[in-house]
Unconditional design. Structure first.
Length: 452
């Protein structure tokens, strides 16, 4: 696909309040909004580097975007192939994400489809390892939309997806209060940040217990929990902490019977309806421990063998090619099969992330889509990707009659940022009752990313 215009605009978004994580506090996010044009259509993207997560620096990203702008200006009306620019970004995944997203937005608009539907109906990538991935993605992007007869049978992505609430590495009572507030807003899945390290072991365990006792055990509709370590444990610490979480869970109190909504925890405790020492129920609500070890740690196989808790990989998935390492390390008898947390910004774009998601799902691994705490456009692109993932799972379940679990995705962080929109955009994706909906107008979903 040739583009005739390329423009980018820097932004800086404040994180308020600062988000405590195992890496320290996140106080702001900087990046670039990208706009490309072809004929009368305009495609949008976003590049938000985070070197600690595996992307290029902000300066390197800006230098590449400036180069692309100069190349587009020199090409003038004849345009420049998007694949030529993508090929220059192999070492700059954030910049590549911005352009890849803008090109996909253009292609979906050209097809008259929401980006999620366009993704879901793209041909499966070639399994030939010799085929250049850049060329394959460019080919997929240029694939014309099927004829009217084929269009009748097209697959549809989910109209909305569940999203998880986020709890920073706060003091136990503050975390419990935040969890209760999130559940009150309709979130059914919560991610809790852990600080990791021996010095934070007691506070991390206290935080997990406080949240679980507030929104899991005394609830008629218990929340599901995810624990995010951000690779802050070594192997001995990971084993010890996961064992401690299991033991703590087994000792947790729970109601003998579900209580009604409202002040359910308080009423349960007042009525003496808490039964001590029966907290194995809690472990049903612990969805997974995310990235307990650093990327590349040699202890992954040992941790996965007989792991007492489900595992998820986040920072370990930095390139689409990392799926080969996952299969080699984890697909063995008795090993915990990890869920993959996919960040399109780190993986170099919406299309590479979608290709990786389909490959993982096809071999029985589940995936969750999340972001690197970037702005509204990248969050919207990730929402379309998540909707395509859930649509794929629903379609496969129909075909083989094997139910696949619908997951909450990590997209609901807009409230943490001083929201700013590029010119021409009037709304950012926001959660409602624990879900986010694809952009729509007058009851119909909008094409491309969904700019009204």
């Amino acid at each position: 696909m040739n583009i005739t215009h390329f423009h980018f605009q820097p932004y800086s978004l404040q994180v308020h309040p600062p988000l405590p994580t195992a890496r320290g506090e996140v106080t702001h996010r900087q990046g670039f909004w990208i706009r490309v044009a072809r004929d009368s259509l305009m495609g949008w993207g976003e590049a938000a580097p985070w070197p600690e997560l595996g992307t290029e620096t902000l300066a390197h990203c800006q230098a590449l975007l400036e180069s692309w702008q100069r190349q587009a200006e020199r090409a003038e009306k004849r345009g420049i192939p998007g694949k030529e620019l993508l090929a220059q970004a192999l070492a700059c995944p954030a910049a590549r994400h911005g352009l890849d997203m803008a090109l996909a937005d253009l292609a979906a608009q050209q097809a008259g489809l929401p980006l999620a539907d366009w993704l879901l109906n793209q041909p499966q990538g070639s399994e030939d390892a010799q085929e250049d991935r850049e060329a394959r993605e460019a080919r997929d992007m240029a694939t014309p939309w099927p004829n009217a007869e084929q269009q009748k049978a097209r697959l549809e992505a989910k109209d909305r997806v569940a999203v998880n609430g986020l709890i920073g590495a706060l003091e136990a009572e503050e975390a419990a209060q935040q969890a209760q507030a999130l559940v009150g807003q309709g979130f059914h899945t919560l991610k809790i940040k852990l600080r990791g390290g021996q010095e934070h072991q007691a506070s991390d365990l206290a935080r997990v217990r406080a949240v679980a006792e507030r929104v899991c055990l005394p609830a008629a509709n218990p929340a599901r929990l995810r624990l995010d370590v951000n690779g802050a444990w070594n192997l001995p610490q990971a084993k010890a902490m996961m064992d401690q979480i299991v033991l703590q869970g087994q000792a947790m109190p729970r109601p003998k019977d579900a209580v009604k909504e409202g002040n359910r925890e308080e009423s349960a405790r007042k009525e003496g309806d808490i039964k001590e020492g029966d907290g194995k129920e809690f472990l049903k609500y612990l969805e997974y421990v995310e990235q307990p070890l650093p990327p590349g740690d040699p202890g992954w196989a040992e941790l996965a063998q007989g792991s007492p808790l489900p595992l998820a990989l986040d920072e370990s998935i930095r390139r689409p090619e990392d799926l080969a390492w996952v299969l080699e390390t984890f697909q063995r008898p008795g090993f915990a099969q990890p869920l993959l947390v996919l960040k399109p910004m780190v993986l170099g774009g919406i299309l590479p992330a979608w290709e990786l998601a389909r490959q993982a799902l096809a071999v029985g691994l589940d995936v969750v889509v999340t972001t690197t705490l970037e702005g509204p456009l990248a969050r919207l692109g990730a929402l379309h990707l998540a909707a395509a993932v859930e649509g794929w799972k629903a379609e496969q379940s129909k075909q083989d009659h094997r139910p696949r679990q619908s997951r909450a995705h990590g997209l609901a962080h807009g409230h943490l940022l001083s929201e700013e929109l590029p010119e021409g955009w009037t709304q950012a994706p926001t959660p409602h009752q624990g879900e986010m909906r694809l952009p729509h107008q007058h009851g119909k979903r909008l094409s491309g990313l969904g700019r009204a």
